[in-house]
Write a protein that binds this ligand. Sequence first.
Ligand code: ACM
Length: 264
Amino acid sequence: MLLAALQFCPVRGDIAANIAAMQSLVAGQSFDLLVIPELASTGYFYTDPQELLPLCEFPAEGAFTQWMLQLAAQRNAPVIGGFAERDRAGRLFNSAFIALPNGEWSVYRKTHLFYKEKLIFQPGDSGFLVTEWNGVRIGTMICYDWRFPESARTLALRGADVIAHPSNLVAAKNLWGPTMCTRSFENKVISVTANRAGIETLQGETLTFTGESQIVGMNGAVLADCGPDAATIIAAEADPLATRSKRINSFNDLFADRRPQAYQ
Ligand code: ACM
């Protein structure tokens, strides 16, 4: 299975320009699963919900989520990307849209909000979702969820073979990169981190996004990555079904060996 992560620098507030940029990146690339960064259509740094609200989408009704559904159908491949979601009650969520080729979709709402996200978004209430397509189970977490081993563990225990990880990471790659290798290794799952590049400045404060998207195999080895500023798609072949057995030798199975009663 060809797994891919898209990295680019979104223009804050310009959904049409961001979709056009993503469209031109996907044009020359084949994939069986595509992961797109967190808040890819709107940009990241907002502190006023009234500014972000007009850019938010009801899932599958706005331009970006519809584009993802179209792309998934055209390529016969799931597409998972981060977007600013609003619900009918006017609440905002930092969410990932999981678009399937048959037109079905689901939404993961970010569990662990980072920094000034807490000024605008509600904490996610979806729980960690695992979606199945073509016999492959895809779990989703968003960016700062990486700091919590429970995120990847919960997805793995729920059967995820691949963890899709849309991100806008500001942490240095030498922190989050090896950590995601560990998340893959300790759960024997593949992880696909699609990070964004570039900077955003708001009210005199600048956030620098660290790029260097990466795809990690179930043994913790990096299968593909790229530079900090690249606008590109990285891709790697991996076998999701090989993650199903958690056995590591004739005596040990990573999940069967767990001792939850000792972790209380
Ligand atoms: C982050 O969660 N966007 C750092």
